[in-house]
Design a protein around this ligand. Sequence first.
Ligand SMILES: [Fe+2]
Ligand SMILES: [Fe+2]
Length: 282
Amino acid sequence: MTVDKKKIRKRVEALKSVPTMPGTFEKISRLIDSSKTTAADIADVISSDQALSAKVLRLVNSAFYGFPGRISNVTHALIILGFDVVKGLVLSTSVFDMMLARGLFGLWEHSLGCAITAGVIARKIEHPDPEEASVAALLHDLGKVIIKIEVPEKASLIEEAVEKKEISVYEAEEDILGFNHATVGKWLSKKWNLPPALADPIAHHHAPGLARLAPKQTAIVHLADVLIRARGFGSGGDNLVPQIDAKTWGALHISDPLLEEIINEMDDKLEDAEDLLANDDS
Ligand SMILES: [Fe+2]
Ligand SMILES: [Fe+2]
């Protein structure tokens, strides 16, 4: 059984913004689309929305970024983290609101855990932009929540199939929709003009070999996704741990001892993050 892919794609692309996005996000989306936008313009808009800037700053100052409590305003965040990272963080707060509004707590935790892990991997391999890798991981499964919003009846069938057939969400999506959440994420990334460093991991985190624009970043998110599932932190929607794509090791130059270091640090950071998870009522 497949639904009309074109029809769903059109619906996803017609989303002016995701349904629960605050008015501020609409403004930021417009600014992002304009090539004339400067960091100061974005800082002004984010800062004018206290709830949003508090959420962004809380993410920035949390365990992921290793600057706990040191970034006190959005302009500072933009200078330290860069335009694309802050843009991704703003989007993440909206995507997280949608997840929480629909009771997808497991997916929310999975996304946070994946972001923490991606940051750890990126730092261990001395990737030049660990914050960006982390944001890509925050957003990697956003297609899942869009499927839940846009085709809720199919989302229920996907959940049923995962349980009954003991297959992954990805496989169930392919069976029932004829496409998967990574593809939905790709459509949205295009619509939102996300930079390749975010768009490529969203589109290819299940098949990192297909990433052409940001292959390293995509391999990092792929590995983080598998490790966080193996750790049993949060839920990606099924309990299966996919195989790590064989090319990942070569792409990231990760030896066995380095992998062990990554896993140990991931465990420490996840413990540190528990406060953030427990206190987050966003
Ligand atoms: Fe995924
Ligand atoms: Fe995932």
